[in-house]
Design a protein around this ligand. Structure first.
Ligand SMILES: [Zn+2]
Length: 286
């Protein structure tokens, strides 16, 4: 098995929204804001090559939205999905499976593209199975008013219409091995219903793709919870358990949204669980 970090393109989000009740005077020390109060965000995906199977975890924002839409997200940097796949030695048509941690647009927008004559949408990975779970799917296709701006029908419906949509089976346990994917999944409900956090054993280490459970190193202290989370008190519980486990099990945490750190480890301190080290992907895995 070989893993590759895949950068799909950086953007910016409102720093206040990213840190909920934490004051700017505090969060700007780790995540400095620009003149518009926006902070740097990555949309870092993970590619798993395992035998004949090529699985992409999350797909970034994609490129089918309007200039007006992207104007809100201040795209920056040189990364895009196709270039990153090519650098790893692959083409998007090689992808056999697309696993989406959840269906917010910055995690699944790249799964769907315009069709050739721009009259409608089609899967952006024509040979892939798309994986979500039934509970999250049901939640996403009838979005509440708060998440409506994140669950965009054009990102979601075409996967179903193509017949390429699949659901991960689960017994209802919060941590389960997925037979379909071949890795363990932690299910968390604080950010959105049934977000899936992959735990992958690789080169003797556990790599956790933290998605929106821990977006950047700035979000490590327990109450630093995004304003976007639908159930912040539940996030506190889920995050506390996760942070403790991450220290005990010496997890290497891959940060999807941290534009400046690919991987981090954690440690216990007098103040609680805090950052231990940051690494590039290549520093940890050879
Ligand atoms: Zn999200």
């Amino acid at each position: 098995m070989t893993l590759y970090p895949i950068e799909s393109g950086n953007f910016k989000l409102d720093g206040g929204a990213m840190f909920g009740v934490v004051p700017k005077s505090i969060w700007q020390r780790t995540n400095p804001a620009d003149a518009n109060n926006m902070i740097d965000m990555a949309a870092r995906c993970l590619l798993i090559e395992d035998g004949n199977r090529l699985t992409l975890i999350d797909t970034g924002m994609g490129n089918k939205q309007s200039d007006k839409f992207f104007g809100y997200y201040y795209l920056w940097g040189n990364h895009d999905l196709d270039t990153s796949l090519k650098k790893a030695g692959f083409h998007r048509d090689d992808i056999t499976d697309v696993f989406m941690t959840h269906l917010h647009f910055d995690h699944c927008g790249g799964s769907v593209q315009w069709n050739k004559d721009r009259t409608g949408y089609e899967p952006a990975f024509k040979n892939a199975k798309f994986w979500t779970n039934k509970d999250h799917w049901d939640w996403a296709v009838k979005p509440n008013a708060r998440e409506k701006a994140s669950f965009l029908p054009e990102n979601i419906k075409p996967m179903e219409e193509s017949g390429q949509l699949n659901f991960i089976d689960n017994n209802g346990d919060s941590y389960e091995r997925s037979v379909e994917m071949g890795f363990d999944i932690l299910y968390v409900d604080g950010h959105t219903d049934k977000q899936m956090i992959p735990h992958i054993t690789y080169q003797g280490k556990t790599l956790v793709f933290a998605a929106d459970l821990l977006p950047t190193t700035g979000h490590i202290p327990l109450p630093y919870v995004m304003g976007y989370d639908t159930r912040p008190l539940l996030t506190l519980d889920e995050k506390e358990t996760f942070l403790e486990t991450a220290v005990d099990q010496e997890y290497y945490i891959m940060l999807e949204h941290d534009a400046h750190h690919e991987i981090c480890t954690l440690q216990h301190t007098e103040k609680g669980v805090r950052l231990k080290d940051t690494f590039t992907f290549d520093e940890v895995f050879k």
